[in-house]
Design a binder for this molecule. Sequence first.
Ligand code: AMP
Ligand code: ZN
Length: 484
Amino acid sequence: MNENTSHDLKLFNSLTRTLEPFVPVHEGEARVYTCGPTVYNYPHIGNMRAYVFADLLGRTLSWKGYKLTHVINITDVGHLTDDADDGEDKLEKAAAERAQSIWDIAKHYTEAYWEDIKALNIRQPAHWSIATDYVPQMIDYAKGIAEKHCYELDSGLYFDVSTIADYGSLARAATEDGEGRIDAVEGKRNAADFAIWRKTPEGETRQMEWDSPWGKGAPGWHLECSVMSEALLGLPFDIHTGGIDHREIHHPNEIAQNQAHSGCDHSGARVWMHNNFLIDRAGKMSKSAGEFLRLQLLIDKGIHPLAYRLMCLQAHYRSELEFSWDNLIAALTRLKRILMSVERLKGRLSSEQQEKPPHPKLTEMHDRLDTAMSDDLNSCPVIPLLEELLSLKKVDPVQRMALLREIDLILGLDLETLTRTDLRVRPKSATITEEEIEQKLDLRQQAKTDKDFAAADAIRDELIAQGIELMDGDPLRWEWSISI
Ligand code: AMP
Ligand code: ZN
């Protein structure tokens, strides 16, 4: 393990609803599976919170010295408009509405998702597993559980949840929920039974369909995660992550499949972790509501994506986080302040480095960092800790920089390479370039020096008319911004 960290990592396991010390299945390793996006549309920023969280987990495990193997899947088949087997396949529906090939839709939105991953500084997992690459394995897997755990109806092969003793224990309220679910499929034995294979209805052709012992069709959504996690990580593996909604249906169903297939009563993963939701009272998180909150929308408004990352890190992953533009802009301002201090610190680093014993203040701060992150990834106090570190003017800059690097390995805010100019993203609506603004500001400065205040004011008014907000005497020395 990392000799720099001494506290035991504790994680909140949704299976037991308690904090548990992390004990890896394989000594020194951490194997993590994250439920990825359904690529029928752009992800909204709420979806991206799930991957910022998974990245924080991965970074912390790496920092703690575990050899990380992270898998994120891409769902390009099988996910219906309702998680509990009701409605249409999300990708088939999007393809029909837009008269496009389903494969083109999947490719376009997978690439868009990967761009968001990059923009948020989320580390690449060891594997991006694509569901349609695993259909033959899914069919084999289904064959293995069909006889003991499934039954066939005209519409497909269904998993009988009553064959699993503690079905739904992850969701806790599973039985009631199951009973409450819309029982859209005629003939299901239990309301919570779910499709393993969905047959193409007679007389129809689907863009995505495969031959199987149960006829032409497509796999049920839950199957892919059980198959790919086992294929890439082996059972049991360490940690399975996803958004809190998955705790109710998708993950209990994955667990049921894992138990059926392995014949063991373990859940497949030892620890199941769920991030809480990013909520937006204006309803802009719903993809069906026209303009919704995509990362690109933030960028178009001139807000750097890492401000959104910081906004996520300011809250604990298990707390609900409310989105508002004010909160986001406050996070952007905070990031700007941090960055200015980092630039000052960089300016104080000298080339001749003397070996000095670690400063006691930094040793104590390192321990606080370790305590917070070991406490179920509590990133919230780490941000003020970082600010405190930057304010310690009397402490050796080289040592401060070393601790800053360590903190940023975990937070992933790119503090060493990000520049002030990067943070001043240009809104799409802006008609003026940064150079033009800077030139006008120079002219204004000159006019002020010449005591020609009328000319200085005229330049200011001209800039305001073009949407440029001037911040005279800004303590951040961020003299202007383009208003959104
Ligand atoms: P999907 O593409 O719908 O399968 O969702 C991708 C991931 O985003 C899943 O882990 C969901 O649980 C998660 N998720 C969906 N909505 C939100 C939200 N508003 N806040 C945080 N996570 C979410
Ligand atoms: Zn999944």
